[in-house]
Ligand binder design. Structure first.
Ligand SMILES: Nc1ncnc2c1ncn2[C@@H]1O[C@H](COP(=O)(O)OP(=O)(O)OP(=O)(O)O)[C@@H](O)[C@H]1O
Ligand SMILES: [Mg+2]
Length: 269
């Protein structure tokens, strides 16, 4: 079924039911670690990490020898017990932290060779759902969601309808003017998700995006992520939610004690 994107947003496709109801994700991307041509793989990858280590200050390594490749258009889950390093890995990927060793490239750029002043432009291509939401308390829910579009120079008249529809889709149609301190945890999380997806980023990184949300709303939000992925966004979701992971059957990386491995998929060799 064709997806309507004429107005530069995915929102209509999801909100007006113009997506295939069955969840079928792209699985045609090359599996990580087995690309025969490493340089080509890296060049075309959305993200590539090779033997990356990370520590906070002078502390112990919280990530050790992490090697991964995320291809454009992939949808992946990142799982692992509390303290395994999921948020730390995402911080590297949204460029809030630097690796303490190893190689990292993003959008085909070697980050070690990328001048610091060019990082904000790379960051603007990434939508992030933070584990602790990070909404701006002095702005309304509507203004928080509209912020990435404002920063991108879009005019309110161009995006108002999109933002309102998206907020209604996540069940906050009657809370648009509320400020974050007056919202519940689940409501804040939904604002954070809407803000991360509204500009249809090239890469979406979501850290426990359904942690404060009931199962029905979780499923609704998952459809949003799936539709965004269908429209071209590469998606990586860190989660403890096995139901979320198993409902899609997409590839999964698991972190354990700072080491990453690929979880073999059921029913696939
Ligand atoms: N800012 C920090 N400074 C020092 N150590 C930190 C910092 N943030 C996290 N850590 C440590 O890094 C390790 C990994 O933490 P991280 O938050 O990445 O785990 P996580 O897998 O996201 O856990 P959770 O599922 O509870 O969110 C933990 O041992 C944690 O104590
Ligand atoms: Mg975390």
């Amino acid at each position: 079924m064709p997806v309507k994107t004429a107005r530069g947003s995915f929102a209509w496709a999801v909100i007006r039911g113009k997506f295939a109801p069955e969840i079928a994700l792209r699985t045609d991307s090359p599996p990580a670690h087995v690309c025969p041509s490493i340089p080509c793989c890296i060049l075309n990858a959305m993200l590539h990490l090779e033997n990356v280590g990370m520590r906070y200050g002078m502390g112990r390594e919280v990530l050790s020898d992490v090697t991964l490749t995320l291809a454009p258009g992939e949808f992946r889950f990142l799982t692992g017990p509390s303290g395994a390093g999921k948020t730390s890995l995402l911080k590297l990927l949204y460029l809030a932290e630097r690796p303490s060793r190893g190689l990292m490239s993003m959008f085909g750029r070697d980050l070690a060779l990328t001048p610091r002043q060019e990082l904000p432009a790379l960051r603007r291509r990434i939508g992030v759902v933070f584990q602790e939401f990070r909404l701006l308390d002095h702005l309304s829910a509507y203004e928080n969601v509209a912020l990435p579009l404002r920063i991108a120079g879009r005019k309110p008249a161009e995006y108002r309808e999109d933002v309102e529809e998206l907020l209604s889709w996540v069940g906050l149609g009657d809370r648009m003017q509320a400020r974050p301190p007056t919202l519940s945890g689940g409501e804040k999380q939904r604002v954070a998700i809407a803000r991360a997806v509204v500009a249809k980023p090239d890469l979406l990184l979501a850290d426990e995006p359904t942690g404060s949300i009931d199962p029905d709303m979780g499923e609704r939000l998952l459809r949003l992520f799936v539709e965004l992925n269908r429209l071209g966004t590469t998606v990586l979701i860190a989660t403890h939610d096995r139901h979320l992971v198993e409902s899609l059957g997409v590839r999964e990386w698991r972190l354990s004690g700072g080491s990453l491995h690929e979880v073999p998929q059921k029913g696939r060799s």
